[in-house]
Design a protein around this ligand. Structure first.
Ligand code: BGC
Length: 768
């Protein structure tokens, strides 16, 4: 008998029930007599928030001193798996030094709207980036023998009514957008635990949702760990146990009624055993890792602040660089303007809030390399202060160049509530106006957790998007401004001109406890690109101090199936070492399925010395071309042409090659007599059948006088369908129900038609 079964047999029912909830806010229950330790957890994700245990004063600020790393919104812009992995490793080492076994992160939820209050904690609007970087983070943390909790599973993309609301989303959108991120992170990262979100999904609480927790996450994706409820997300202990939530956090004493119910139900006891097995496995894993560390005497391999700085440097995004105003030369007379230069906004608010060791401001960092003047520019409390603004403009006038530090104050975005607009504070906008009027050589540095509108963008020469840079953010900004670092971040989300342009705008927030994701799969750039809607800065956008050339795109297809190897050569054509993010998008030509015009299917980051070239390659597989087929309950690929695009960003294609793919054969699609002739022709058996009957059909149509001349349509085969589908005559024919055949052909009864359709249905379908 294995150890877990042995312990399970010794535990009383009450002990088992106790195991499925916390011992307190941050620990699981221990059973020393059976060798089961208590697992110690902490937030996460971008720094350690280990609360100083004081049961009477649980306070988000009362945590041990730790390093704040860049938040996920910034780290995502690195597009760099290795770097995010390193951040994870450094975080894992922080956990070890503080006796934490399990770090509550990463958060990989999709940024459905730019105003989601917790967007700063999440990576991207795109599931590939979110999943890949989530996996990298997990692998980094877990390489130390420290566990992670991948959160918040799932479709948790707003804070409004976050504990009671239901995300009402169609299955295809769930699969393609809101689950793919988790799927990648689970399969590639193998997190020790997953955190079930607060919200409901289509009416069922995430903590009770066996369909996804058990059938998808565990059975389909192979997740082997434990599921933990978000703090307070369990509403019904029994439903949660059945729904696959193994651990309810924080501590919640089971009622006598719950105990009685389980006591009298052998089925519930089985469920309880199943969940306890998973929790025992987690506790034993923790014990094993602790024992291992004791033997090996742990030593940090990374300096957290250095890693935090590197992540910030390689992630910040240069959005504008008119007249090559950047990098700044030290010889210039420079002024830094704005309170954020001195008191930076560097992390988000809520459960991820870190008690920083030392925050380096841009002002402090710049003082180490050159002299700059400083003026506050605006009041922290948001009140208008003409005097501060005038002083700043005066300084700007007397300088060669002004750097204005603006962004979103902490109260603007937070866990727990969403923004209602995408604007900067008015006093920040007025400052940009005043300074840029006084000196056209103005550079704006933005510190914000999520996108802002930039109606002032044309008035300034440089824009740096810093997001929330962590403790060393100020150092990273200065290094980028002065060219010590060459910016290489790319936006992991679209920056629309205005909130109203966004596909989620009409429905975000929802009504009462229901929020319908009516934009479906058209999230972020998937919408902007398909709709041909201009944006301020597209997904994937970012500039460098050097330039890159792309050549030699080769798409190697072994056969006409859905897989290909893609190679492309990148050359640094400038005179500075730089890093380029190579982005591969797949664009299906129009088929029968409504799809985004392009989707990111590969990315990699390369470092290139001046004039150096490197070849990068991507493997595309079935999934790279597939959509979620609701009838088949599986991923399907349609027959057709697909563009393989190497893009500078989601909007700008650099190299394109078109390939043809023969799609999948599917089983569950059945014709009925109300299917159309077009549907019939999508089925190889149907085509044969059509060829047999179509002559007679056209004769009958001509005899009946519906057509004044015989239309030669009988040769419409599936192959020709593509060419003919815009011809009006064909459009009409293809959309007629099959019953039209028996209506038009006198000797062809409905009975016979039904028999023939049954025959056709015996065959299998190819997706056209
Ligand atoms: C948050 C989680 C967090 C937990 C513990 C919840 O309110 O949603 O992300 O890990 O609290 O602090």
């Amino acid at each position: 008998m294995d150890k877990i079964q042995e312990i399970l047999q010794q535990l009383s029912l009450e002990e088992k029930i106790a195991l499925t909830t916390g011992a307190n806010n941050w620990q699981t229950v221990s059973f020393e007599k059976y060798g089961v330790p208590s697992v110690v957890m902490s937030d996460g994700p971008h720094g350690l928030r280990k609360e100083q245990v004081d049961e009477n004063n649980p306070n988000v600020f009362n945590s041990v001193k730790a390093t704040a790393f860049p938040t996920a919104s910034l780290a995502a812009c690195s597009f760099d798996r290795k770097l995010v992995g390193q951040m994870g490793k450094a975080l894992g080492e922080e956990c070890i030094t503080q006796g934490v076994d399990l770090l509550l992160g990463p958060g990989v939820n999709i940024k459905r709207s730019p105003i989601g209050g917790r967007n700063f904690e999440y990576f991207s609007e795109d599931p590939l980036i979110s999943g890949e970087l989530g996996a990298a983070y997990i692998n980094g943390v877990q390489s130390n023998g420290i566990g992670t909790s991948l959160k918040h599973f799932f479709a948790n993309s707003q804070e409004f009514r976050r504990v009671t609301g239901s995300s009402d989303v169609d299955e295809r959108t769930l699969r393609e957008i809101y689950l793919t991120n988790f799927e990648i992170a689970v399969k590639k990262g193998k997190p020790w635990t997953v955190m079930a979100a607060y919200n409901k999904i289509n009416g069922c609480f995430a903590t009770e949702n066996a369909k996804y927790n058990e059938n998808v996450l565990r059975d389909k994706w192979g997740f082997k760990g434990a599921i933990i409820s978000d703090w307070g997300a369990t509403h019904d202990r029994i439903k949660a146990l059945i729904g696959g939530t193994d651990l309810t956090m924080p501590k919640e004493q089971a009622t006598a009624e719950v105990v009685q119910k389980i006591k009298h139900s052998p089925e519930l006891q089985k469920v309880l055993d199943r969940n306890c097995e998973r929790l025992l496995a987690l506790a034993l894993k923790v014990k094993e890792q602790r024992d291992k560390r004791k033997k090996e005497s742990f030593k940090r391999s990374l300096k957290p602040l250095e890693v935090a700085q590197k992540v910030a440097e390689e992630s910040l995004v240069l959005l504008k660089n008119k007249d090559q105003i950047l990098p700044i030369s030290k010889k210039q007379k420079i002024t830094f303007i704005g309170d954020f230069a001195k008191n930076p906004r560097y992390q988000g608010f809520g459960s991820s809030h870190v008690n920083s060791i030392h925050v380096i401001s841009a002002l402090e960092a710049v003082s180490k390399i050159t002299e700059v003047s400083f003026s506050q520019g605006y009041r922290e409390d948001g009140q208008d202060a003409l005097q501060l603004r005038s002083k700043a403009a005066e300084k700007a006038k007397k300088s060669d160049l002004a750097v204005v530090f603006v962004g979103l104050p902490e109260t603007y975005e937070s866990e727990g509530y969403d923004r209602s607009h995408m604007k900067l504070p008015e006093n920040h906008v007025k400052l940009i106006d005043a300074v840029s009027k006084a000196n056209p050589n103005t550079i704006v540095v933005l510190q914000n957790g999520s996108p802002v509108e930039m109606p002032w963008a044309d008035k300034v020469k440089g824009i740096v998007e810093m997001y929330l840079g962590g403790d060393a953010g100020g150092q990273a900004i200065v290094n980028a401004l002065f060219g010590i670092v060459n910016p290489s971040g790319r936006l992991a989300e679209s920056f629309p001109y205005k909130l109203e342009d966004h596909s989620s705008y009409l429905f975000f927030g929802g009504e009462g406890d229901h929020v319908e994701y009516r934009e479906g799969v058209f999230v972020g750039y998937r919408y902007f690109e398909t709709k041909k809607m201009p944006v301020r800065y597209p997904f994937g956008y970012g500039l460098s101090y050097t330039t890159f050339d792309y050549t030699d795109l080769v798409v190697d297809q072994k056969d006409d199936k859905a897989s290909a190897k893609v190679t492309v050569t990148i050359t640094n054509s400038g005179d500075r070492t730089g890093k380029e993010v190579v982005q591969l998008y797949v664009s299906p030509h129009k088929g029968n399925i409504i799809r985004p015009v392009k989707e990111l299917k590969g990315f990699t980051k390369v470092t290139l010395q001046p004039k150096e070239s490197k070849q990068v390659s991507f493997e595309l597989d079935h999934r790279s071309f597939a959509y979620w087929n609701v009838e088949e309950k599986d991923w399907s690929v349609e027959t057709g042409d697909y563009d393989i695009i190497i893009g500078k960003n989601a909007h700008e294609n650099i190299l394109v090659q078109t390939i043809h793919i023969v799609g999948d054969t599917v089983k569950n699609q059945k014709l009925t007599e109300l299917s159309t002739i077009g549907d019939l022709l999508k089925n190889p058996n149907g085509v044969k059948y059509w060829e047999k009957i179509s002559d007679r059909f056209f004769e009958a149509v001509t005899e009946s006088g519906f057509a004044n001349q015989k239309t030669d349509t009988k040769q419409v085969t599936a192959d020709e369908l593509e060419e003919q589908k815009n011809n009006d005559m064909y459009k009409l024919l293809l959309s007629l129900p099959i019953t039209t055949l028996s209506q038009m052909i006198p000797e062809y009864s409905l009975e016979k038609l039904k028999q023939d359709i049954a025959e056709v249905n015996h065959g299998s379908w190819r997706l056209y």
